[in-house]
Design a protein. Structure first.
Length: 166
């Protein structure tokens, strides 16, 4: 083996950029292990960063969804409570108006009945006065008719025609 180096020969790795310098297997393994460790660390860091970003995005989306659902539930609950209070207030106001109108209607009915009674009495008095005038005018009528009947002869009765004769 003329051009091949001996197995036990040592060629130190230079710090210069001389890519043509030979290295031993041990140095190559050490260098590869160091490279592998650096590469693994870098990949792990990148993977961790990506996983963390994805996890953060998912957690943020879930948290936002939960918060939105809770907020919506609370808003709905508060809205229901306010609507219930508002509806109760409207119902109470309507009840008060109903009661007030009921009392006003009853009072109006009493006033109208009193007024109707007064008009009825006045009408009765007027009608009574007119009937009295007529009664007074014809009060002596039975006596006059009796005198006229006494002076007039009684009418003769006519014989009825029978329906069977033609």
């Amino acid at each position: 083996m003329l051009g091949a180096p001996a197995a036990k020969e040592y060629y130190p790795v230079s710090t210069s950029n001389d890519d043509m310098q030979p290295v031993t297997r041990k140095e190559l393994r050490e260098e590869l292990q160091a490279f592998e460790a650096r590469l693994e660390a870098r990949l792990e860091a990148k993977l961790e960063a990506k996983l963390e970003a994805k996890l953060e995005a998912k957690l943020e989306a879930k948290l936002e969804a939960k918060l939105e659902a809770k907020l919506e539930a609370k808003l709905e609950e508060k809205l229901d409570a306010k609507l219930s209070t508002f509806a109760g207030a409207i119902f109470a106001a309507m009840r008060a108006m109903h009661d007030g109108l009921k009392h006003e209607l009853a009072a109006s009915e009493r006033r109208l009945m009193i007024e109707l009674g007064a008009h009825t009495r006045a009408s009765t008095e007027e009608l009574t006065a007119r009937v009295v005038v007529v009664d007074e005018k014809y009060q002596d009528l039975p006596a006059r008719v009796a005198r006229l009947e006494a002076l007039t002869p009684a009418p003769r009765r006519r014989a009825r025609k029978s329906s069977g004769s033609s």
